[in-house]
Design a protein around this ligand. Structure first.
Ligand SMILES: Nc1ncnc2c1ncn2[C@@H]1O[C@H](COP(=O)(O)OP(=O)(O)O)[C@@H](O)[C@H]1O
Ligand SMILES: [Mg+2]
Length: 337
């Protein structure tokens, strides 16, 4: 990609495959470059699909642990009853079905890096055990009273607001402070729109090569439509959108009509700026209300009625949006009452 020289100076080798030169992503390169060698615990936050795992791998591969394993555990995907044994291992007979002693992922990552993905989903009992690992580098497999030594760098990733989880008692404050030594924030894609065009180019080249097709370009109109989009699924959504367009496109140029219909909405400028007062006059309140309802409905539909994300798209607090919906008596089936 066409990175600036200043950018190359700080971009670690391990992030060569990471695309983007927005201020936000350049800051990420800079932090990874600084903290990778130290072995310190790192907390990576950002919405789903913003590249948290990619950054975790970069932290690992620019660290002295690079030649040792990188092991990722998705704390949200493994049932609570199994997660403890998955992480710490168990001894034979520790529970029904424990026919053999098994070492966990912590042992598998020995000498390397352990990524705890979706950390916000870690159950309370395991939060205590993780805190022990961080404080004393010690743990015990399930059913084993002996102490094992953990030799791992812990990198944690989460897409939930841990401050809020701490406030609501869902997440231990002491663990949060212990993990939050260095935080890397991956901003949503809609806040670094300058990265969209280079990312499209990057994924188009990968998709075309994978499909054994000649290189495929995206027209300026297609790129504009993509730059206007809110990308609730972030880089992962963009990656999938590009692959789909490359597959469906019949020529060597992707046009807006090759993109899913959600991209064909008018630009915010076109929607907002075009209103003209007719000679006969208007009912201002009703017109504004209708305009507002229309945008709220689009935000809700675009986010699958996720009020948090819809509120963010509209620049509102969640509570404000919820109050507006109540007042307007919005529902997912009927129109606004
Ligand atoms: N800046 C980037 N450059 C290139 N690929 C990226 C970038 N950010 C994310 N990706 C890709 O997007 C997808 C989603 O990223 P991932 O790290 O899994 O996100 P998260 O863990 O935050 O959900 C992956 O295929 C990843 O390689
Ligand atoms: Mg992930």
């Amino acid at each position: 990609m066409n990175d600036k020289i200043a950018d190359q100076a700080t971009r670690p080798h391990s992030m060569e495959q990471t695309v983007g030169s927005s201020a936000a992503i350049t800051e990420v390169y800079r932090i990874v470059d600084r903290i990778a060698p130290s072995g310190c615990t790192v907390l990576i936050t950002g919405e789903s699909g913003t590249g948290k795992e990619l950054v975790a791998q970069a932290v690992h591969s620019s660290s002295p642990r690079a030649s040792m394993p990188f092991v990722a555990v998705n704390c949200g995907a493994i049932p609570e009853a199994l997660l403890e044994s998955e992480l710490f291992g168990h001894i034979r007979g520790a529970f029904t079905g424990a026919h053999a002693t098994t070492s966990g992922r912590l042992a598998a990552a020995k000498g390397g890096t352990l990524l705890l993905d979706e950390l916000g989903e870690l159950p309370h009992a395991l939060q205590v055990k993780l805190l022990r690992v961080l404080q004393t580098q010690e743990y015990s497999p399930v059913g084993d009273s002996r102490t094992h030594r953990a030799d791992v760098r812990i990198v944690a990733a989460t897409n939930i607001d841990l401050d809020a989880a701490v406030a609501s008692g869902k997440f231990r404050e002491d663990l949060y402070y212990r993990l939050n030594v260095i935080q890397i924030v991956l901003p949503p894609l809609r806040e670094r729109r300058g990265d969209i065009a280079p990312l499209v180019k990057h994924f188009a080249a990968i998709s075309a090569a994978r499909l054994g097709r000649p290189p495929i370009a995206f027209s300026p109109a297609a790129i504009s439509a993509m730059e206007e989009w809110s990308w609730p699924g972030n880089v992962r959504e963009l990656e999938n959108t590009v692959e789909r367009a490359v597959i469906l496109c019949g020529s060597d140029m992707v046009e807006p009509q090759d993109l899913p219909t959600r991209f064909s909405g008018l630009s915010s400028r076109e929607r907002g700026g075009a209103a003209e007062l007719p000679d006969s006059g208007i009912d201002l309140r009703a017109t504004v209300e209708e305009f507002e309802n229309n945008l709220i409905r689009q935000a809700l539909e675009r986010t699958g009625w996720n009020k948090n994300r819809a509120a963010r798209l509209l620049g509102l607090n969640r509570t404000t949006l919820v109050e507006m919906l109540k007042r307007k008596r919005f529902s997912s089936r009927a129109g606004a009452a």
